[in-house]
Structure formats: structure tokens, C-alpha cells
Design a protein around this ligand. Structure first.
Ligand code: COA
Length: 698
């Protein structure tokens, strides 16, 4: 459908409607349409007041993000908004659904604001690495004060219409949901009251700014891990209290254009479009998913209980099977605990929790209770034999058409499928722990999985509020396979002289939520030990083995759960502090391995870690395990704490230059050509002068 802005009059009210599905983004056509409409309004003698409103589900979802990074096209949004604000006749913004970013800035250019129940208003620009650039940083503080403005601008989190009314961001909430009718009534009542045009730019500067700006700056400097946009936005708000409106607007523009040019903006916008692109698979574009209402979960450990929690929280009925009543009681208690946590966080009402526990959740010991389920998710012990046994049993009980999913994190889903007479109904659903919290779901598509089973997995992810990424079958799929490789690179650095603490620090400074040794302590060192044992059979004589990790495991230092891992934890403390005893154990391991320790700069640590991640990422794409580089990026953003503002590992590689990554790998290979062999796809792209993004379009 074509984007348009329409103009009509209802009585003496001009109604200007923005229509640009799906979110009424402020593309060039819309900007010039608005400019024309307000030009017409000024000279239209039949209209005394204007209402600006959005067609469809919202007022305006923001500037057109797909135009970012391209040459600007006039009219600019700040100019259009100034034109609206400078109207001599009053203008009302009618807000329903959402007013985000440039959409809220348009509403701030109006003189009066009315919102429908259920509306969200926000300035989410910092989430895209920019800041409001069409007067938002100057008008917001004048309207609602510096503190509220800074809260909204630096967090990017939208507020409800009730909060907006309380802060003065809007003037009225309409009763009922017909925003158009309510806004026209409101406009008519303003006319009867002779209400004037009331530009926010004419309001005095915020009076609550003393100390507040410094407080926000200090708070953000502490909490941001390398992200720049929120701090630059503070500078812009500061300008609003120090300068005239016109001067402040100029400063806002300057800072906005500066952010537009940063790699962080490119990284965050890549993340925005990639997280939407992962769901667009040609193989399922025309395929209807199967209906899923009743879910069976097998196994009530942390993973099974987490999956069940996620399902019941999102309206699905769950039957969970455990082997005996003690285990079902334990699973029920875990799920109840998870739900309690949701109640505490305000995500769930206490009555809803009670209803879920009595009606939606059944915990049983009999597989027969699963016979009516549409989908079974198996989350039992990670062993091929155990899983095969479960699938053979499921195959007997469930009717054809029920989906049989395994929550394995590395096992061969093709092999599991062979135990059934319906491999087309079998799929891998790899949840991340804690499953009720983590947003990533790897959908592991086996050779014979039917397309509508894949479509159902993606639909399920949506129901559960998760981001699904398609993965092919291999050891570890996308995420854990790549993790295993860069984790090995980190262990090599430890063997060669870097301390785990320096590595963690270098990587958290880079922007990771946690370093690899902090992750080990959180997950438990028994997990890493089990992985090494499992892989021992495939070990190559030239593989270097992190004996220090086994030594910690054998001491029973399993990480946070035992109060001791790579770090030492005081009771109740989750941060931990470095432990000289661990350093001694590592020194011993180096001696045994015959390595002479050397120093590493933080830069070298990051380069090695990232080169390993990108190199294995390239292999995973080349082998079709991930369909595109962007699928790898989304896995790391959602499941592995990768800094969002860097866009993901493959985007990071593109921005640094693939030739630079390849050169690093070749340098590292000079001392270890067993571990460091360049991925053929990386070499090919460099030879052809292309980047990973060139593969994202397919
Ligand atoms: N510019 C361009 N395209 C946009 C857009 C924008 N501001 N906002 C959304 N879209 C596109 C999405 O890419 C998606 O396209 P697709 O269907 O081709 O994948 C489509 O609109 C629908 O968006 P989606 O996010 O799937 O819909 P939703 O209902 O879940 O969420 C929003 C709607 C508005 C909350 C969400 O899209 C959003 O957060 N947009 C960005 C808002 C923003 O940051 N605005 C400030 C920019 S200055």
C-alpha cells in the first residue's frame, strides 16, 4: 500500500491522517505529506483547529529506520515539526497504539495531546544508537521537567498513557477507544473555549535541572558498558536548560548527526532488522503452522521446569511428566517458584499464578497423560540412549501430527528422529537457561522435519515471546558450536600466560555481559567438564587441553553454586573476587604443558577471542548450519550476552574489516596452525572484496 497523508474537515476541525502501514513510519512521503497538509491548514478558512492522527494501529512508530545511514531527503523531520508547532491555529495530536521516537516528537510539536487507553509513548532512539533529533530533547524537558525527560530519553522505555498524563506529557485520556471521535470532540471543546495555539518551544526552560543532569550523567557513566548514545542525549538535554530553544535545537541536531555517523548506530540498526529477518524463512513463508494449545514437557529439572513455566505464562496448558511423585512435586515447586518471581516482578497477578497452578499445569508420572498434547518437548538428561528411549515411547502414545521436540543442546536430532516412525514430526527446540527468561530459541531442523513443523516452532516462539533462529544439525548447533571454539581460544590464552581475570575484564570492557570464566562459574564447571569428557574421543593429538579446568572441577570448585570456581564468592555475593590459589593451579598447568607464560594486552585478548568466534561463525554459515550471518548475530545477541551495540559477531567483523580478522588469524596461525586455520568462506569473501552482510540478502 502507498504511504499517504490525507486531509479532510469535520465541522471546523481539519483531520490530518498519516497512513503508512504497518507503523506509519515518517518516511519522506509522509514528511512532505504532513508539510503539505499543514500548509493547507494554515490557509484553509473552513478549519480553525487541526487533529493529527494515525491510520491503523498507532499514531506513528517513529522515523523511517530504513532511511538511516542514507543521504537525508527534505523536508527534514525537525522542519516539519517546527512548521506544525508554528501554526497560528491550534493543533491536537490524537495518540493511539503507540507514539514512538519521531512519532512522539510530532505529538510534541502539536499544542494539545489526547491519548487512548492502552497507548505507549516513548523515545526509543537510544536503542538504535541515536537520540531524539527532531526537538524531543528540547521540548520534553520544557514540558515534563528534566528528570522525567532524561528518564524517558536515556532509557528508551515507553510510558503508559496514565504515566504520561501524570507527568503532563499528555493533556487527556479519552474514554473508550474511538480516538478519532474523541479527538474531534476534544478539538471542538478547545474551540469553544477559545484555546490558543500553545507551542512547547514557548514554555520556560525546565526548572528542576539543578544537579539532576549531573546525577543522570554519573549514573549512566557507571552503568553503560561502552554504549554512547544515552550520554550524548544527556548533553542534548543539558543544552535545553542552558540555551534558547533555537540554539538548543541546533545543538540537538549537531549531536544527533554525530550519533547517526557512529558504528554503534550501524550495529544497533543491524540488530533491529536482523531480529525481524530471522523469522523470515522462505521455506515456511506460505506454510500454516499447526495449532498448539496443549504442551507436554518431559523432565522437570531446571530446563523442563523453565520451559513449562514459559509455556504456562504465555497461556498454554502444560502436562509435565516426571518419573515419580517426588520428582513431580519438585518440578511443581520449581515452577511455582518461577511464577512467584514473575508475580514479584509485577509480570503476573497472584490470582493468575494460582489459576495457572490449579488449571493450566498438570504434573504426572504417567506418559499416557500426554496423549492429547499437540506438542511434546523433551528435556530429560542429555544422553542419546535416554532420549531415544523417550522418543520411542512418545511415538507409541501420541497420534500422528503431534510434534515431538527435543531440547537437546548438542545431540544429533536426525539420530533421535530415527527412533520414531514419523521423523517429519521431530524437531529440536533448544531453549537457553533459565528458559522462562532467556529470549533465544534455536529451532533445529533435521533432515526430515516437515515444513509445517518448522512453521509451528516459529509460531510457538512468538507465543512464548522468544526470538527463534533456524539452525541445522551439528554438534552444538549455531551457538554452542561457536562458543566451544572461542572458549578454547580463551583457554589457550590462559595456558600461554593470561589470567582468567584479565580475560574476563578485557571482554566485559569490550561490552560482553560476562567474560568466559564468569560464565563458567555461573553455569557450573561440571558442565564444561562433561563437555570435555564427551569430546575426548574426537580429540586430536595437537589439541591443547585446559588441565587447570579439570583441576578445579576435581577440587569440587564448581562455580557460584559451591561458592568457589575461577572466582571466590562470599555468601550471597554473585560477583566474586580473584583467587590466588586458582592462579597457582593455572601456573602448575602451564608448567605441565611446558609453556612459558607471556603477557597479553587486552587488545590481543579481544582480537583472539573475536577472531575465533568469527572464524567458526563463518564455518557455521558456510555449512548451512546458520542460514545467513545475521542468524549467527541474533543467536549471540539473544543467547550469549554479546553487546547489542556491536550488532553481533559477524556485523562486528564486517565493521572491523574481514581482511583485518583474516590477517589476525594468519598471524595467530604462525604459532598454532592447528587451531588457527582460516575458514574457507572468510578467505573467499576477503578475496572477492565482499563482507558477511552481502550474504544476508539471500
Ligand atoms: N521504520 C521503518 N520500519 C519500521 C519501523 C520504523 N521506525 N518500525 C517498524 N518497522 C517495520 C519493521 O521492520 C517490520 O517490518 P517487516 O514486517 O518487514 O519485518 C514492520 O515494520 C513491523 O514491525 P514489528 O516490529 O514487527 O511490529 P510490532 O508491532 O512488533 O512493533 C513497534 C511495532 C513500532 C513497537 C516496533 O516496530 C518498533 O519498536 N519500531 C521501532 C521504533 C523506534 O525505535 N522508533 C524510533 C525511530 S526514530
Amino acid at each position: 500500500m502507498m504511504a499517504s497523508v490525507s486531509y479532510e474537515t469535520v465541522g471546523r476541525v481539519a483531520v490530518v491522517t498519516v497512513d503508512n502501514p504497518p507503523v506509519n513510519a515518517l518516511s519522506r512521503v509522509i514528511r512532505s505529506g504532513l508539510s503539505d497538509a499543514f500548509g493547507r491548514f494554515q490557509t484553509d478558512e473552513s478549519a480553525d483547529i487541526a487533529v493529527i492522527i494515525g491510520a491503523g494501529r498507532m499514531l506513528i512508530g517513529g522515523a523511517d529506520i530504513s532511511e538511516f545511514g542514507k543521504p537525508p531527503q527534505s523536508p527534514s523531520l525537525p522542519d516539519v515539526i517546527l512548521q506544525i508547532e508554528q501554526s497560528a491555529k491550534p493543533v491536537v495530536a490524537a495518540i493511539h497504539g503507540m507514539a514512538l521516537g519521531g512519532g512522539l516528537e510530532v505529538a510534541l510539536g502539536a499544542h494539545y495531546r489526547i491519548a487512548a487507553p492502552g497507548t505507549r509513548l516513548g523515545l526509543p532512539e537510544v536503542k538504535l544508537g541515536i537520540m531524539p533529533g527532531a526537538g524531543g530533547t528540547q521540548r520534553m524537558p520544557r514540558l515534563v521537567g528534566a528528570d522525567t525527560a532524561l528518564k524517558m530519553i536515556t532509557s528508551g522505555t515507553p510510558v503508559t498513557e496514565a504515566e504520561a498524563l501524570q507527568s503532563g506529557l499528555i493533556d487527556q485520556i479519552c474514554e473508550g477507544v474511538d480516538i478519532r471521535e474523541a479527538a474531534i470532540d476534544y478539538a471542538q471543546s478547545l474551540l469553544s473555549d477559545n484555546a490558543p495555539a500553545r507551542p512547547i518551544s514557548g514554555l520556560p526552560r525546565a526548572t528542576d535541572s539543578e544537579g539532576v543532569i549531573q546525577q543522570w550523567r554519573a549514573k549512566l557513566q557507571k552503568s553503560l558498558r561502552g554504549e554512547v548514545a544515552p550520554l550524548v542525549a544527556v548533553d542534548a538535554v543539558e543544552a535545553s536548560v542552558q540555551k534558547s530553544f533555537a540554539e538548543g535545537l541546533k545543538e540537538e541536531r549537531r549531536l544527533f548527526l554525530h550519533l547517526m555517523d557512529t558504528p554503534q548506530r550501524a550495529g544497533l540498526i543491524h540488530a533491529f532488522f536482523s531480529e525481524r529477518a530471522v523469522a523470515k524463512l522462505p521455506e515456511i513463508s506460505d506454510i500454516a503452522p499447526r495449532d498448539i494449545a496443549r504442551v507436554g514437557v518431559i523432565g522437570g529439572g531446571t530446563m523442563g521446569a523453565g520451559i513449562a513455566t514459559s509455556a504456562v505464562l504465555n497461556g498454554l496448558a502444560v502436562t509435565l511428566v516426571e518419573r515419580d511423585s517426588e520428582a513431580t512435586d519438585k518440578a511443581r515447586a520449581t515452577i511455582a517458584g518461577n511464577l512467584d518471581a514473575a508475580v514479584k516482578r509485577g509480570k503476573l497477578k497472584a490470582e493468575q499464578r494460582d489459576a495457572i497452578l490449579t488449571d493450566a499445569l498438570k504434573t504426572v508420572t504417567d506418559y499416557g497423560a500426554l496423549s492429547g498434547a499437540d506438542l511434546i518437548i523433551e528435556a530429560v538428561f542429555e544422553s542419546m540412549d535416554v532420549k531415544k528411549e523417550v522418543f520411542a515411547k512418545l511415538d507409541e502414545i501420541l497420534p500422528r501430527g503431534a510434534i515431538l521436540a527435543t531440547n537437546t543442546s548438542y545431540l544429533d536430532v536426525n539420530e533421535i528422529a530415527t527412533t520414531t516412525a514419523r521423523p517429519e514430526d521431530v524437531i529440536g527446540l533448544h531453549f537457553f537457561s533459565p528458559a522462562q527468561v532467556m529470549k533465544l530459541l534455536e529451532v533445529v531442523v533435521a533432515d526430515k522435519t516437515a515444513p509445517d513443523v518448522v512453521a509451528t516452532a516459529f509460531a510457538l516462539a512468538k507465543t512464548l515471546g522468544k526470538t527463534a533462529v533456524r539452525a541445522g544439525v551439528c554438534d552444538g548447533f549455531i551457538g554452542n558450536r561457536i562458543l566451544s571454539h572461542y572458549r578454547t581460544a580463551a583457554d589457550h590464552m590462559v595456558l600461554d600466560g593470561a589470567s582468567p581475570y584479565q580475560i574476563d575484564k578485557a571482554l566485559t570492557d569490550f561490552g560482553f555481559a560476562m567474560g568466559p570464566y564468569q560464565v563458567s562459574d555461573l553455569a557450573g564447571l561440571d558442565i564444561g567438564y562433561a563437555t570435555r569428557q564427551r569430546k575426548a574421543a574426537d580429540a586430536h593429538p595437537r589439541d591443547r587441553y585446559p588441565t587447570f579446568a579439570d583441576a578445579l572441577y576435581h577440587k569440587g570448585w564448581l562455580g557460584q553454586k559451591t561458592g568457589h570456581g575461577y572466582y571466590l564468592y562470599e555468601k550471597g555475593d554473585r560477583k566474586g573476587r580473584p583467587d590466588p590459589e586458582v592462579e597457582q593451579i593455572i601456573a602448575q598447568a602451564r608448567k605441565e604443558a611446558g609453556t612459558s607464560p607471556r603477557t597479553f594486552s587486552d587488545d590481543e585478548i579481544v582480537r583472539r577471542y573475536m577472531a575465533a568466534m568469527v572464524n567458526e561463525g563463518a564455518r557455521v554459515v558456510d555449512e548451512g548450519i546458520a542460514q545467513r550471518p545475521l542468524d549467527v548475530d541474533v543467536v549471540f545477541l539473544y543467547g550469549y550476552g554479546f553487546p547489542r551495540w556491536r550488532g553481533g559477531p559477524m556485523k562486528y567483523a564486517d565493521m572491523r574489516g574481514l581482511d583485518s580478522i583474516l590477517a589476525d588469524i594468519r598471524t595467530f596461525a604462525e604459532t598454532d596452525d592447528h587451531f588457527w586455520s582460516p575458514a574457507p568462506l572468510l578467505e573467499k569473501l576477503v578475496a572477492e572484496g565482499r563482507n558477511f552482510d552481502s550474504l544476508n540478502q539471500r
